[in-house]
Design a protein around this ligand. Structure first.
Ligand code: CA
Length: 275
């Protein structure tokens, strides 16, 4: 039986993400989530020429937050100003209430640490800055004008002794700084897009939503959402404008992956033991 970390890093999108696996980090990240009391969840990635939020990130972040809230933890979501409506729509669809903070372009988000006092910060599919200070899409497009500085919360949290997690699938996300050299070597345009923002625990996956579900499976496989729940959230965020990052169309597709393949992972994770 495959380990969970190997299960979620299946790469139907052919990104080369397998090179970014950090053995043991999924288990360690799940343990850290289990021990945390107050969790700040960061997500949101606006894609295409019109900077529309994509369907990878919010579902994983929302189900992660739902599970943690269900375990009695204090959960806060934060996103970029241009992804707020998508997160809010997903929360409403799940009947999930938690603070949702939106950060503007250029704003220093460190106040989030003061206001919500997290002991753990997790970034899910969150643009992470490159060595030149800019943010890049997988295709190498500079997207600095459409993102907030939320990725800066990982080093700010680390400096305060808080635990940090990063979930990503491409190398340009916050947290990937942990494997910076590997992103540069293994990912197309890695020398341009690789993020310098590291996390204590890095969860690399075929899509970032899968990374979140791997974390949930490592905690308790019953926490993994069913395909029906996933489709409910995808429909809600599509209605709020979220698009498949490959087609730039609002449809219940994540990262251009075949929907049956994408949903099968959720069913598989519910049936896979963590060791
Ligand atoms: Ca993705």
């Amino acid at each position: 039986m495959k380990l969970l970390e190997e299960q979620i890093i299946q790469d139907p999108g052919g990104r080369g993400v397998g090179a970014l696996l950090v053995p043991g980090d999924l288990e360690a990240g799940a343990r850290a989530l289990g021990a945390a009391q107050r969790v700040l969840i960061l997500t949101g990635f606006a894609v295409g020429p019109n900077a529309i939020p994509e369907t990878d990130g919010p579902p994983g972040a929302l189900f992660l937050g739902r599970a943690l809230a269900g375990l009695g933890k204090q959960v806060t979501f934060a996103t970029h100003w241009n992804c707020e409506a998508v997160l809010a729509a997903g929360m409403a669809a799940l009947g999930l209430w938690a603070p949702l903070e939106a950060v503007g372009h250029g704003d220093d988000p460190v106040w989030l640490l003061e206001r919500h006092k997290p002991d753990l910060v997790v970034a899910v599919e969150l643009p992470g800055r490159a060595p030149d200070g800019n943010y890049y899409s997988m295709r190498g497009l500079c997207i600095s004008e459409r993102v907030s500085l939320l990725d800066g919360l990982l080093p700010a949290a680390g400096a305060r002794g808080l635990t940090t997690l990063g979930v990503g699938d491409g190398g340009n996300e916050a947290g990937m700084g942990k494997v910076f050299d590997r992103v540069r070597a293994a990912i197309p345009r890695g020398d341009l897009i690789a993020s310098i923002i590291a996390a204590d625990h890095l969860i690399a996956a075929g899509t970032s939503n899968w990374g979140c579900y791997g974390l949930l499976a490592a905690m308790d496989r019953n926490l993994v959402p069913s395909p029906a729940e996933e489709l409910l959230v995808l429909d809600a965020i599509n209605r709020a404008g979220a698009v498949n990052a490959h087609s730039l169309t609002p449809e219940p597709i994540v990262d251009g992956l075949d929907q049956a393949v994408y949903l099968q992972m959720l069913s598989d994770l519910k049936g896979v033991q963590s060791r």
